[in-house]
Design a protein. Structure first.
Length: 286
């Protein structure tokens, strides 16, 4: 095997680490550990000759579909699958569609560690699946919103409270729609029905969606008109979550010491604006 055939080296290494018996293959005498090439080919639904050529660096580059079948045959994890595609094509595979039903306890611990920093986790379709206490008192009391309505775009376009929080609602709404469009394509989500529904509920969303703009929700500064503490300036950054390409974490940091003091005051139990929870829960269920 050629020294520069990194793809072939990796494929051979992965198949030698698999247990033939666990995969239903007979434990006949084997010269090397792991699966034989023809056994990998059988699991990948391809010819033994083509798989052999793939390991040997012959026959040209495989298609992404073929490489996905090989990844399945070798029982690769998502990280290993990504490495396989990088070796073969020089770029990671397209993001698989995933249904995000929640976050792990470890991710929640990360959110909770940001005491004065509102932080949340959103999906590729901008459903909110995790948040901390600072996010509840500064942004929205997400726990009071029914899960099916806990979506950034639904809240932005269908909830008066969220509109009132924005110092420049039109600019923020346009940015959110553009970033949502870019994220839905990046994560491979089918958002047709969601877009149609939201367009029926909000002519403003329909207008902005038809502009076909895209934007990146990377980092920036956000100004809020909070009903209790007044204007808040928050610097935000969005981060991908390794192993979960369907999720992103957004962390807001108070821009000044004054903003930090305002958030600290909001976190005092006696200052939590209960009336906001009531308003949001009623509107979201209507």
């Amino acid at each position: 095997m050629a020294k520069d055939n990194l793809l072939g080296v990796y494929l051979k290494d992965r198949r030698t680490k698999l247990d033939p018996a666990a995969l239903g293959f007979p434990l006949t005498r084997r010269r090397t550990p792991g699966l034989r090439r023809e056994e990998v080919a059988q699991r990948a639904n391809m010819s033994a000759t083509w798989y052999t050529w793939l390991e040997q660096g012959r026959g040209g580059a495989p298609s992404p579909e073929v490489l996905d079948r090989v990844a399945y045959a070798l029982m690769l994890t998502e990280v290993e699958r990504e490495h396989l595609f990088l070796l073969a094509f020089g770029h990671p595979p397209a993001v698989r569609k995933q249904t995000s039903e929640g976050i792990s306890p470890r991710i929640q611990k990360v959110l909770d560690s940001f005491e004065l920093n509102p932080a949340l986790v959103r999906t590729g379709t901008w459903d909110i699946v995790g948040w901390n206490r600072a996010a509840e008192v500064v942004l929205t009391p997400y726990g009071s919103v029914p899960p099916e309505q806990r979506n950034i775009l639904r809240l932005m376009f269908c909830t008066p409270h969220i509109r009132d929080l924005q110092t420049d609602w039109e600019g923020v709404a346009r940015f959110v729609v553009g970033a949502f469009r870019a994220d839905s394509v990046r994560t491979g989500q089918d958002v047709k029905e969601f877009v149609q529904e939201l367009s029926r509920l909000s002519p403003e969303f329909e207008r902005l969606w038809q502009e076909n703009d895209v934007s990146a929700h990377g980092e920036g500064i956000k100004y809020l008109r909070h009903p209790v503490v007044g204007i808040l300036a928050l610097e935000y950054s969005a981060f991908g979550i390794e192993g979960r390409p369907d999720l992103a974490m957004v962390v807001y940091s108070p821009a000044t010491e004054d903003d930090k003091d305002k958030i600290r005051g909001l976190l005092a139990p006696s200052v939590v604006p209960h009336e906001l929870s009531v308003e949001i829960s009623v509107i979201a269920q209507s």
